[in-house]
Design a protein around this ligand. Structure first.
Ligand SMILES: Nc1nc2c(c(=O)[nH]1)N[C@H]1C(S)=C(S)[C@@H](COP(=O)(O)O)O[C@H]1N2
Ligand SMILES: [Mo]
Length: 522
């Protein structure tokens, strides 16, 4: 066989491998929806990679892709699987049996991953097994139709009947393309079914929020600068940033949920959702911030949370005087370390069940989560919270602390420019600038903006709602000349801390630096 035919056969083999794998994932994913999402091979594979990935690689991905980090992970898992399948397929041009065995073995990897999941049951592997069966069959069929067995292997088995002539190039590619398309469509269908099912959220519908015993003060109109293009003062749940380590949020039945307060306490306390809903719940406006937010970034949101003060819950359990930390545990295994003091002082640290007059959505922690003013989410805002373990910083560590992040992380004063947008074209005359600043627990005292290398100019601040909410600001610059300009912003909190201009990475306790943008005056 000449080199060129050999290469062509390798290519056909690779294509057969890729197509078979697409079919396998597609079929298994769609079938998995009938069992449980944890039976979906692509999802479980991606999920299994998260704890293996070096932390140094995770946070940059979050910083780069923000809320899309999960999509990136799933796509790269899928891409990795396809590349592997392509290589195995190419091998089939010379070693058909070995290649088929390898493909089968590779298909068993997600099966093992699924079995190893704590919540997995035997039916969970059925979709993937069926997917593998059909996928391997597709592989064998495509090889038989389009890739003649290599001479050495074929002559060794002369007893076998003569092979049929391989399909023409065009026919083979059409066939492979058609089967591949069917597989791809199944994957898309599976994803759509999954997201619809989640939206339906039967579990969410079970939870009816009571009228708050203590309403939050209404948000005054003056809290917004109303500059077109600025981020709204209240973030809707659907626009609220999302950061967590699960690919699909756990859907928890509120009737099954409970919160256990234990550890260094005099009395262990367990509450059901009915217990929580019977308590006098309070509403508070609180701005939540992610430590991974890059300077000027969008991993920050402000909502009206409904919940019960953690302070009161802890008072029932009576923490030991030796304790200095609460390790909150999530249903999914995530943990956060919060200084005990931040949960017992007078701030509105909440066991939250509502967000902007609605129950929490599954991705924001349904049925219950923590919200603690003044601390980054990774050390305080545990979603799907199930346990509060009273302990000590020198005894227990939290999820991100084990991955190189600080055990304690108070939110630093920050500000960002929202208008004009980076590289926007603005007409000559007065340039209107607007944005948001935050310094939870302290409050924003001052925001200053600088045009090019000019002096810092004080911005006008919108009304403050509470020291735990972000604050909008605006500034006008008149007589700005045509050409390219830079705007820089910095904020100062009520303790007098001026936002530092020193650039620093977000690990281990948040990025620093001044946000600046460029724009053009026409
Ligand atoms: N169970 C769980 N809770 C979690 C996390 C997580 O990974 N798992 N991430 C935390 C981080 S890093 C942040 S910034 C906030 C984000 O909350 P949001 O997704 O509702 O905006 O949730 C926190 N709570
Ligand atoms: Mo975060």
């Amino acid at each position: 066989m000449n080199r060129k035919t050999r290469a062509a056969h390798r290519f056909r083999g690779a294509l057969a491998g890729v197509v078979a794998t697409v079919v396998m994932f597609g079929l298994a994913d769609v079938l998995a929806r009938a069992f449980s999402p944890s039976a979906a091979p692509l999802l479980t594979l991606g999920q299994a990679i998260i704890p293996l990935a070096p932390p140094a690689a995770i946070k940059p991905v979050i910083a780069l892709f923000g809320d899309n980090d999960k999509l990136v992970l799933i796509l790269s898992t899928g891409l990795g699987a396809l590349v592997a399948a392509g290589l195995i397929g190419a091998l089939a041009a010379s070693r058909r049996r070995l290649a088929t065995t390898l493909l089968l073995a590779a298909g068993l990897v997600p099966v093992i991953v699924i079995i190893l999941r704590p919540e997995a049951g035997a039916p969970d592997i059925i979709p993937t097994l069926i997917g593998i069966g059909v996928g391997v069959a597709v592989f064998v069929l495509l090889l038989r139709l389009g890739v003649p067995e290599a001479t050495a292997e074929a002559t060794a088995r002369t007893a076998r009947p003569q092979q049929p002539d391989p399909l023409s190039r065009r026919r083979f590619f059409t066939l492979a393309g058609a089967v591949g398309t069917i597989g791809a469509v199944t994957i898309a269908a599976g994803q759509t079914v999954a997201s619809l099912a989640q939206e339906a959220g039967a579990a969410v519908a079970k939870l009816v929020l009571p009228t708050p015993a203590k309403k939050a003060a209404a948000i005054p109109a003056a809290a917004s600068t109303d500059i077109e293009g600025t981020v709204p003062f209240v973030t809707e749940a659907k626009d609220f940033y999302r950061i967590d380590t699960v690919l699909s949020p756990p859907v928890i039945d509120p009737e099954q949920w409970s919160l256990r307060i234990h550890g260094m306490v005099e009395e262990e306390v367990t509450l059901t959702m009915d217990d929580v809903l019977d308590l006098p719940l309070e509403e508070h406006h609180i701005t939540l911030t992610c430590v991974s937010n890059p300077v000027g970034g969008e991993l920050v949101g402000n909502a009206t949370w409904l919940g019960y003060p953690v302070r009161e819950l802890l008072a029932r359990a009576r923490p030991s005087s030796q304790a200095d930390m609460v390790l909150s545990h999530s249903f999914d295994g995530f943990t956060a370390s919060t200084p005990l003091g931040a949960l017992t002082d007078d701030r509105a640290a909440l066991l939250a069940v509502g967000m902007n007059d609605e129950p929490l959505t599954p991705i924001h922690g349904f049925p219950a989560r923590l919200v603690v003013p003044g601390l980054y989410g990774f050390v305080s805002a545990t979603k799907w919270v199930t346990e509060l373990e009273v302990t000590r910083f020198d005894e227990k560590t939290a999820y991100w602390t084990d991955r190189g992040w600080d055990a304690k992380a108070p939110i630093l004063v920050a500000s960002r420019i929202e208008v004009p947008k980076p590289l926007a074209k603005v007409s000559a005359g007065t340039v209107r600038v607007g944005g948001t600043a935050w310094a939870q627990r302290s409050g924003i005292d001052r925001v200053e903006v600088k045009l090019d290398d000019g002096d810092w100019t004080q911005a006008d601040l919108a009304e403050e709602v509470t020291i735990d909410t972000w604050r909008q600001w605006r500034a006008d610059f008149s007589g700005v000349e045509p050409g390219t300009h830079t705007l820089t912003v910095r904020a100062t909190d009520r303790d007098g801390t001026v936002q530092t201009g020193k650039r620093r990475d977000s690990i281990p306790n948040s990025a620093t630096g001044h946000h600046h943008i460029q724009f053009r005056v026409e």
